[in-house]
Write a protein of this length. Structure first.
Lengths: 252, 578
């Protein structure tokens, strides 16, 4: 009786995919597929195993996602979270406005998620993600060119040149993050306070200037000097570390 | 140049504070286009600004995100995550009506039951990996690491490639990372100029010169054919070939070159080392002092060590070392100093160009072998925008005669390699697009070797039309070189656009007069083997290799091209279809 009730709701039969031409984006040809289509309360779910012609070379799948892809989901999210600051930095170099860069990062996250199944965990994450970020930057620039003509922006040529040169910076990206923390602690208290007002509390320099009773221009200049100090500190620290890594000291 | 621009810091500060004017932005733009040091400063400055302004401040790794399948919980990132990953769509489960609607309790139970059921079924199908499978997987990962274009991501950087002259790479011997060469499949890397050198990197050159500068300041110039491994932060293992070592910095003192039979330790000098196929090691000191001793840490080895001074040379013969009956003595010999290259012959480092993209088409792709389909993206040597193959073109061993070992064969029907989205290469002036092409069949319609953009509206590319090599700068026109494309013959093509003029170079020579006019900004894909818009009507039939896109920051020079002459007819490579 139960079976007669459940049968119309849950039905399982072997599924034979229609023979069709090779689609450009499809994975390598499946030598043998054993799959079942499950009618689950009116929804068709496909599950089974694809064999790729070799022993032990198969991909279980559920619906239109392979089980491996589902496993990769965790890895994908983990890598995204770890890389989002670098991704944000990549975007900000191309669109040097923090609000726009954050919007583009949001859009990039959505685009990345839509293609999460295509991500190969054996490949480095950043180059893959940067392609999506670049597309979102392009979309934004097109929008900017049409709607925000009054906003000055960098030329395409400058952006291409920056992207080509970026790989050198990427090599030291992790070290830069660590050194920044150390360098901020070395700032004098008032500089650190100003930096915190600007970046953590998002206080405008005009407001900060009013609070301190100075001209906004003075604070902008001071902020510029603080950033330059931090940059020099980071570069020096990285250079020092490279020197320390040299084992020749032992030889002396 | 940076010193000539005293206000670059002010410009960058204004940019970050969003107080930059249109005139200042234009000034910054000009500087970025023309000066690499300004670009470097810009990138560092904006990177700092990004780290400071990023919500949460520091790089964060959040464990809460590693939930189960379909976990859509909003991650907690320290600070205020205005960049919210909850923007991710949730796992796509189709909605049903009534009691089984998405989010309903009964529906949740049913889904849970189904997931458990499916999980159990899949578990029944799934075979636990055997030891052999795990080993294969580990080898694959290891190989991936070793062939990574960015070795720095995996291991410590110990130096940089600071000079390359006519480098022809070979597959070479393979190493196990300890200086002893085994059958394990680890390909030597093919670095670009300024590429980082990681600990354990192998360099196998068939010809050419490669200069490596260690972080300590020591320098080696490898002379092809040579096989060398950067095995320590201040030394290397020379298995075969010749090198010149230069130690002019006090902290690099103690730089040592190991060979199969000897260890040469530099005590502040310039010296040459040569190892032949038997393992015999010869060393010549140009100036300074070097200690040469047979391999081994034993007392006998140390006793046989010999100190060489200016213009002294010595050899250690392999045979006696190998049979272990006695440690080979260091024998004084004479070596012609002309055998060693002490300085790179031309200032490759100062060529005013940047390699924007370099598609080796085979050499850097995982599991590439002649006759195999191209199923995974073909790598960009610069590491960013890899090209997706469509309709599975095939790797071919009929490669460009510039030392390449693999190329990709396109069938003239649907084969192509294309960017996953619109072209990231937006240049319209001061660039070079070069490629090697070997046509198999010449058709009546245009056959695109490579195209950046949409040939109907914008971009630029190289093609065959009416049996002759052409280039296209859209929307202006297709320009005829007048040079016939020969079936089965490798031809080097380079489109040079600089200073409002474009010109085609064929086999290292300019062809015809420069044409006045530049392309419009590319707005479609970058494609090899066809143009993506008109595919499959305008496809190339034959092999394509070594496609590069260069950005010029100064005057164009033919030295920039990957063309070092064609082999003579006698040496011409076998023409063979894949």
């Amino acid at each position: 009786m139960v079976a007669s009730f459940v049968k119309p709701l849950i039905a399982c039969r072997e599924y034979r995919p229609p023979r069709s031409g090779r689609v450009a984006d499809s994975p390598p040809a499946v030598a043998h597929e054993k799959s079942f289509q499950v009618d689950f309360f009116g929804q068709k779910w496909l599950w089974g195993v694809n064999y790729y012609g070799k022993k032990n070379d198969f991909q279980p799948f559920l619906g239109n996602r392979t089980v491996t892809a589902l496993r990769n989901h965790d890895e994908f999210v983990r890598r995204f979270v770890r890389s989002q600051q670098s991704l944000y930095a990549y975007i900000l170099t191309l669109v040097p406005n923090t609000a726009d860069a954050q919007d583009i990062l949001q859009e990039t996250a959505v685009a990345l998620w839509a293609k999460a199944d295509d991500y190969d965990p054996n490949e480095p994450f950043m180059p893959w993600a940067c392609q999506f970020a670049w597309q979102q930057v392009r979309k934004f620039r097109l929008y900017q060119a049409r709607r925000l003509k009054h906003v000055a922006s960098l030329s395409d040529e400058a952006l291409t040149a920056l992207m080509a040169d970026r790989s050198r910076l990427d090599e030291t990206a992790a070290a830069r993050g660590q050194k920044l923390q150390d360098c901020v602690t070395k700032l004098v208290d008032d500089d650190r306070r100003l930096l915190s007002q600007r970046y953590d509390n998002k206080v405008s320099m005009r407001e900060a200037a009013e609070q301190r009773g100075v001209e906004p221009n003075q604070l902008y200049k001071r902020l510029g000097r603080i950033r330059q100090t931090l940059l020099d500190c980071i570069n020096n620290a990285i250079a020092m570390e490279e020197r320390k890594a040299s084992p020749t000291d032992r030889a002396h | 140049m940076l010193n000539d621009v005293p206000n670059i810091s002010d410009l960058l500060a204004s940019l970050c504070d969003e107080t930059i004017s249109a005139a200042e932005m234009a000034q910054l733009d000009r500087l970025l286009c023309s000066d690499a040091s300004v670009r470097q400063k810009y990138l560092e400055y904006l990177d700092l600004h990004a780290r400071l302004s990023f919500p949460g401040g520091a790089e964060t790794e959040t464990e809460a995100l590693s939930g189960g399948i379909g976990d859509s919980a909003t991650p907690h990132v320290s600070g205020e995550p205005s960049v919210v990953i909850s923007a991710f769509p949730t796992f796509d489960i189709p909605a049903t009506a009534g009691a089984f609607s998405v989010g309903g309790l009964l529906f949740s139970y049913l889904v849970a039951a189904l997931v458990v059921g499916v999980g159990l079924t899949i578990a029944a199908f799934t075979q636990v990996s055997t030891t052999a499978m795990v080993a294969v997987q580990r080898n694959k990962v290891q190989e991936e690491r070793n062939t990574s274009p960015h070795p720095s991501q995996n291991t410590a950087i110990i130096g940089r490639v600071t000079g390359m002259v006519n480098c022809v790479w070979s597959d070479g011997p393979r190493g196990d990372g300890r200086g002893t060469f085994t059958e394990d499949a680890i390909h030597s890397p093919r670095p670009a100029l300024h590429a980082a050198v990681a600990l354990g990197d192998h360099f196998a050159l068939r010809a050419g010169l490669l200069e490596i500068t260690y972080s300590t300041g020591a320098q080696v110039i490898l002379q092809g054919p040579v096989t060398y491994q950067a095995e320590s932060t201040n030394g290397g293992f020379l298995r075969l070939g010749r090198l010149t070592g230069k130690v002019e910095v006090a902290k690099a003192k103690g730089f040592s070159i190991r060979t199969p039979t000897a260890t040469i330790t530099d005590l502040g000098t310039e010296f040459g080392v040569e190892v032949d196929e038997r393992g015999d090691t010869r060393s010549l000191v140009f100036r300074g002092i070097v200690e040469m001793k047979p391999v081994g840490d034993g007392q006998a080895s140390r006793a046989l060590a010999k100190v060489l001074r200016d213009n002294e040379a010595a050899a250690i013969i392999a045979s006696s070392t190998m049979n272990k009956t006695a440690t080979s003595p260091v024998v004084p010999i004479h070596i012609d100093s002309q055998r060693f290259v002490r300085q790179l012959p031309m200032p490759v480092k100062t060529l005013p160009m940047t390699v924007v993209a370099w598609f080796r088409l085979g050499e850097e792709d995982a599991n590439a072998a002649s006759g195999k389909d191209v199923v995974s993206p073909t790598k960009d040597h610069q590491g960013y925008f890899h090209l997706r193959p469509e309709a599975n073109p095939v790797y071919s061993k009929n490669a460009a005669p510039n030392g390449s070992v693999l190329s990709i064969h396109f069938d003239g029907r649907e084969h192509q390699c294309v960017t996953t989205s619109n072209s990231p290469y937006l240049m319209t002036d001061n660039f070079v697009l070069e490629a090697w092409a070997c046509p198999r069949k010449i058709e009546k319609y245009p056959q695109f070797v490579v195209y950046n953009g949409n040939p109907n509206r914008n971009g630029f590319g190289l093609l065959i039309l009416d049996g002759r090599w052409h280039y296209s700068i859209s929307p202006i026109r297709m320009v005829d070189s007048g040079v016939r494309a020969v079936v089965g013959k490798w031809t080097h093509l380079a489109l040079v656009c600089t200073g409002d003029r474009s010109q085609l170079w064929i086999d290292g020579r300019p062809v015809g007069k420069p044409f006045r006019g530049l392309p419009a900004t590319p707005d479609t894909c970058f494609t090899i083997g066809t143009d993506h818009v008109n595919n499959p009507r305008m496809t190339f039939n034959g092999e394509i290799d070594e496609v590069r896109l260069l950005r010029l920051s100064g005057r164009f020079s033919p030295e920039m091209l990957l063309f070092h002459g064609l082999p003579s007819d006698k040496e011409s490579p076998k023409r063979k279809s894949p």
